[in-house]
Write a protein that binds this ligand. Structure first.
Ligand SMILES: *Cc1c(COP(=O)(O)O)cnc(C)c1O
Length: 298
């Protein structure tokens, strides 16, 4: 692995309530790989980076919005691998760049802005050929690493999870991370996704595209809080409480919703007595910068 994984820990979350319910809950701290780069994104990039190297390409081209964790992760990974990175950003160039985009540039990413109409068709071969002649020697990574190679990289996460774990939970965006977990799962493990977008109806098809694994998955589908990057006071209150009681910082786009969902499901009796749950802390804390000051206590 290109990046340092030695800081990753498995932290136990314990309180009287969980003890009474006879549920073990732990958090795989992929966020500890880097303070602002999402851990799961680096795993998803693993095989792309290897290919850039074996094919002697110059670097990676990828896509994302102004607050995209995937763009920062790509910029960072390419920087430490010694590759170039190019990011196509959704929407016209803003008068004031988001902190995410500034970080991308600090990591050496070259940014180009696509109108929303162009962004819609960014995956068309003709569009790419027209727009990207300058980048012939680059590997194209789809937005969010949404590709079987991304899932194969995410499957490496399973090696870090205790084999006695019965349930593995992750926030679900493109479904690439959960596809990797399914590919790497042990027979007795339940893999649970918490979608952070509202009304995702194509998760099964996505997973079929991403992996040949037929391991069963489950969804906790009521924790999107109104949609992608939407938030409520209840969610922010929960995140503050999680921090106060267990010292765990989460982000409001992914991991906050995932942890909220897991705690709520525990309360509703979703997990049988004796369950040994591992939640993936995928990182993403950099996304909190788009929150107004004062709402989070950390
Ligand atoms: C991108 C991201 C996810 C979602 O992963 P997918 O593979 O797109 O489903 C979860 N958590 C964080 C912090 C992310 O940045």
């Amino acid at each position: 692995m290109l990046f340092d994984t030695s800081n990753i820990s498995i932290d136990t979350i314990s309180n009287d309530y969980l003890i009474k319910k006879k549920i073990s809950l732990s958090v795989l701290r992929l966020d500890k790989i880097h303070p602002i780069v999402s851990g799961n994104k680096l795993f998803k990039l693993h095989y792309f980076l290897e290919e850039v190297k074996t094919l002697s390409l110059e670097g990676i081209i990828t896509f994302g919005g102004a607050y995209s964790n995937h763009l920062v992760a790509t910029a960072y990974a390419c920087k430490i691998a010694g590759f170039k990175s190019v990011g196509f950003v959704r929407g016209e160039k803003p008068a004031k760049l988001s902190p995410t985009l500034i970080t991308c540039m600090e990591y050496g990413m070259q940014l180009y802005y696509l109108t929303r109409a162009d962004y819609e068709i960014k995956d068309d071969i003709e569009f790419l050929e027209k727009r990207l002649p300058l980048f012939k020697n680059f590997m194209i990574v789809p937005e969010g690493g949404y590709h079987p190679k991304g899932a194969a990289g995410a499957a490496l996460i399973n090696n870090l999870i205790d084999e006695n774990c019965t349930h593995i939970c992750t926030a679900l965006g493109t479904a690439t991370t959960i596809a990797g977990l399914l590919a790497g799962a042990k027979n007795n493990q339940q893999i649970i996704g918490i979608p952070v977008l509202k009304g995702m109806t194509d998760i099964s098809e996505r997973i079929k595209y991403l992996t040949t694994s037929t391991h069963h998955f489950q969804l906790l589908d009521e924790y999107h809080f109104g949609g992608y990057a939407k938030k409520t006071n209840e969610l922010i209150g929960f995140m503050n409480q999680l921090y106060q009681q267990h010292g765990l910082q989460t982000d409001f786009v992914y991991t906050g919703k995932m942890m909220f969902g897991v705690f709520d499901a525990i309360e509703k009796g979703y997990f049988p007595t004796g369950s040994n749950i591992t939640c993936l802390h995928t990182g993403g804390l950099q996304g909190n910068v788009s929150l107004s000051l004062g709402t989070l206590i950390f």
